[in-house]
Design a protein around this ligand. Structure first.
Ligand code: GLN
Length: 446
């Protein structure tokens, strides 16, 4: 009731929620009370959370931030939703997001932008901006997000919370509406590393319904949060501290790194020479996959259908023209272009080759260091509207986050010292399946 009252009071101006499920939440809370009274509590019993509106929820609208799915109610729960429910979490509602998770500011949502609770004339980041702002404004205790190129970490940084993108394959993608299937991962967005660890433990693990889900045992991610950092080697990529980095962000990162040194870690300069290519590579690979994944929205089986179609082609054309927003259309056009017979080798194949080089850079770096640290974003949250007319400026927001997705590595963002009163995030990138170490380092700084 506390959280529902805050949503009622504050969300009209913040716009974090697409759907508030008050009645279901109160029912679930009553069941949680009964479980607690019966001594049958799970690790998250009664914890009020919110799900990004890209995760399918049985009986509750799943819009993906799009007019296309404004009328879509999934007949099943995503694995992530199911596992958090089994752990006892109570779902308050579904959070706003960039349309089909394409964006870095939450401004591409069919439901309008989310506002940053720290400065309501600024963006919360995206695409999981509703989840990030809801956690920051204390409209829920924690939330889920998804990250294809930065969509958990960048909004976590802009809103001053902790967000973790797991190793590719750590968390099942079943029931997570696909954007770019080789990059998408769901993860926790929470106030602290300890909270994120509790959610990650509940949501991770093998799922036979996702063929890319990994059969790797799930540790208790909360077990080693306090581990000593003596001798932990932190790598600082030259490429993450160069031109284009805001001075306030750089100073906050330096302060955080000093603290790690004081805690016994050692700092090492490293190089990820191909990382400047990660944004162009991503903007070939992600649109290619999205153009294929979004082909299913044809107005026939589910989603938006235009009125009075003349024939089948008219049904396809008008349903898609009406259902998708401008950014989604731009991505579909780029994707079909780079996959077309005449350009496949020059763009898509080349991008896949460079993707391998980017992954190899990390493999070499992890022979020298245990984790990689740097800023999550080049600047703090920018004003609403500031980058709307300049897609490339918008895309460059993800310059430090995208490489981890291309290489399938786990990465998180934690809040550090603010710059000009705005939150700043420190990004930590780890070896495959080394989430526990990232959470340990994050926790020691909190
Ligand atoms: N901002 C990036 C994009 O627009 C990443 C989005 C994401 O991680 N879902 O594609």
């Amino acid at each position: 009731r506390h959280y529902l009252a805050r949503i009622e009071r504050l969300d009209a101006s913040l716009n974090c929620f697409v759907t508030v499920a008050a009645d279901q939440a109160l029912d679930a809370a009553r069941r949680a009370d009964q479980r607690l009274a019966a001594g049958d509590a799970g690790p998250l019993t009664g914890i009020p959370i919110a799900h990004k509106d890209i995760l399918c929820t049985d009986g509750l609208k799943t819009s993906c931030g799009s007019r296309m799915l404004d009328n879509f109610v999934a007949p099943y729960d995503a694995t992530v939703v199911e596992r958090l429910a089994q752990a006892g979490a109570v779902v308050l509602g579904k959070t706003n997001m960039d349309e089909f998770a394409m964006g870095s500011s939450n401004e591409t949502s069919f439901y309008g932008p989310v506002r940053n609770p720290w400065a309501t004339d600024r963006v919360p980041g995206g695409s999981s901006g509703g989840s990030a702002a809801a956690v920051a404004a204390r409209l829920c205790a924690a939330a889920t997000g998804t990250d294809t190129g930065g969509s958990i970490r960048q909004p976590a940084a802009f809103c001053g919370i902790t967000g973790l993108k797991p190793t590719y394959g750590r968390v099942s993608r079943w029931g997570l509406i696909a954007f770019a299937s080789s990059l998408d991962q769901a993860g926790p967005m929470a106030r602290t590393a300890a909270d994120a660890a509790a959610l990650l433990t509940a949501m991770s693990g093998f799922d036979p319904r996702d063929s890319t889900s990994a059969e790797v045992p799930v540790p208790d991610y909360g077990a080693d949060l306090d581990a000593d950092l003596t001798g932990v080697r932190i790598g600082l990529p030259d490429e993450y501290f160069g031109a284009g980095l805001d001075a306030g962000v750089a100073a906050a990162v330096e302060t955080a790194l000093d603290e790690y040194r004081r805690l016994g870690a050692t700092l090492h300069r490293i190089s990820l020479p191909n990382s400047p290519l990660s944004v162009p590579v991503y903007y070939v690979v992600a649109p290619a996959e999205c153009s294929s994944n979004l082909a299913r929205y044809d107005g026939v089986r589910f989603g938006h259908r235009c009125a009075d179609p003349r024939d089948l082609v008219d049904l396809y054309e008008r349903s898609r023209a009406e259902g998708f927003g401008a950014e989604v259309k731009r991505r579909i056009m780029i994707g079909t272009y780079v996959l077309s017979a005449g350009y496949y080798d020059a763009y898509y194949l080349k991008a896949q080759q460079i993707r391998r080089l980017i992954a190899d850079d990390f493999r070499r770096a992890f022979e020298q260091v245990d984790v990689i640290a740097g800023p999550t974003t080049p600047s703090p949250a920018f004003p609403l509207g500031a980058k709307l007319d300049d897609p490339v400026a918008m895309y460059l927001n993800d310059i430090y986050t995208i490489a981890a997705n291309l290489a399938g590595l786990p990465a998180l963002s934690i809040p550090i010292a603010p710059a000009n009163g705005l939150p700043v995030g420190l990004q930590l990138i780890g070896h495959h399946f080394d989430e526990a170490r990232l959470l340990n380092l994050a926790h020691r700084l909190q």
